[in-house]
Design a protein around this ligand. Structure first.
Ligand SMILES: O=C(O)c1cccc(C(=O)CC[C@H]2O[C@@H](n3cnc4c(=O)[nH]cnc43)[C@H](O)[C@@H]2O)c1
Length: 213
């Protein structure tokens, strides 16, 4: 039997996933905390406790306008630390470009496509696409545009994926990141966040996951 670790930043995200999965002993849960540093540390600690076959990073996220609408789902086909680098007078250089390491963790493309197809077949609004990990949630149109230009096709941003995925990669454990969109990425408008809708989408997606994995 497979052993699957599900990591969410906070408890309400975990609860939404648990409601969707129901009682399925293949899945174990751990909190990552909010942000890339907490996520990396907690991911490494959890992965050291047992041999897992898969890590699922799940939670809410911002969606790039025109790419991922509020209430929809994004399955990462790549996990990218989009602000890990240096700011230049005329742009940005990533750690990769500087020769200091990697800002990308690959996911199993076939798995991401299979999960996306299953979500769509269940009638959910879902797509595969790059999911960015940022240290600072975007709050301006200028930053949203800069990130979209830096990572063509970027669908969503959140704050934990790359941390957990790096820990998983170092242990040779595959990752899946599934995000439910709670808000549009851009000028900060807290009143426009639809966290309840995103939790409902996350729960619905999780009920499909139990069948497809
Ligand atoms: O500003 C607030 O009032 C506020 C209230 C609740 C949550 C937040 C967050 O910033 C949550 C961050 C949390 O959720 C993920 N997330 C959701 N949307 C975004 C986004 O647009 N950009 C980055 N991260 C986002 C993230 O993974 C964190 O775990 C604020």
């Amino acid at each position: 039997m497979k052993r699957i670790l599900v990591m969410t930043a906070v408890a309400p995200e975990r609860d939404a996933v648990q409601r969707g999965l129901g009682h399925d002993s293949r899945f174990e849960f751990a909190l990552a905390g909010v942000g890339i540093a907490a996520a990396a540390v907690n991911g490494a600690l959890e992965l050291a406790k047992a041999e897992y076959d898969l890590v699922i990073i799940a939670g809410i996220a911002g969606g790039f306008v025109g790419k991922a609408e509020i209430g929809s789902l994004v399955v990462a086909n790549e996990i990218i630390a989009a602000d890990l680098g240096v700011e230049l007078l005329d742009g940005f250089s990533s750690l990769d470009e500087l020769g200091f390491g990697s800002t990308r963790v690959s996911v199993d493309a076939a798995l991401a496509e299979r999960v996306t197809a299953a979500l769509q077949a269940a009638g959910l609004s879902a797509q595969a696409g790059p999911v960015l990990t940022v240290a600072t949630a975007t709050g301006t149109a200028a930053t949203a545009a800069a990130l979209a230009a830096r990572v063509p096709g970027a669908a969503a941003e959140a704050m934990e994926g790359f941390g957990i995925a790096t820990a998983a990669e170092q242990r040779g454990v595959p990752v899946l990141e599934i995000r439910a969109i709670s808000n549009a990425i851009g000028p900060r408008d807290r009143d426009a966040w639809r966290i309840g809708d995103a939790f409902k989408a996350l729960e619905a997606a999780s009920s499909v996951l139990a069948e497809v994995l």
